[in-house]
Design a protein. Sequence first.
Length: 232
Amino acid sequence: MVARDDAKIKVRKNGPYLVSGSVPLIEETTLRGEDGMPTEWSKTRDYPEQEAYSLCRCGSSKNAPFCDMTHLDIGFEGREKAPRDNYIERSQLFSGPGLDMRDRVDICARAQFCQRSGGVWKLVQGSADPSKGSKAIEIIGQCSAGRLVAYDKQGSAIEPQFQRLISVTQDPGRRISGPLWVKGGIPVESADGFTYEIRNRATLCRCGRSKIHPFCDGTHLGDGFNDGTLRI
């Protein structure tokens, strides 16, 4: 299934994410090496194809990742507090000899890929070496939240090529369920009709406790979020 051109994600007030436009839904799991650091994302499930569906935002659904209306029973308040400016305005530039990188800390989903190979910041600093530059680009592209973005020295973003889909992320190595990874530039529309900056990579909160709803801020990690489907 390929997402339609009119695909979008609508945030419902104090409710779920309403996904329309035949957006594929999969599960992706973090694989970790002997040192405990993540190495790659692995697709572990394809969900049935649907033209439209609702994904849980409160973190309490018994039918995760889908909404089962539990948000009504628990009185979920999912007020959107995410900044409405763009990535460039809120990110910091790190310049290396062969590669630049921007970093926007507030949207970090704590996926931890950036700590591979001694840390991506050191790789950018050493990017005069083409092998380090290539490794940095690979690792930056694994940043599900899009906190990190690589740029060539002409200022053009270097992004992985993603089809439009949504990944339900899981991290069995840390015994946590992660956010929804939105790929390929699917528009996310707020409850009041505002369309957030469209990005190739973004993560949406599904534990219900992010301080920058609808986006993930890594709170699920400290809270030990488990959606009930995590296989350990």
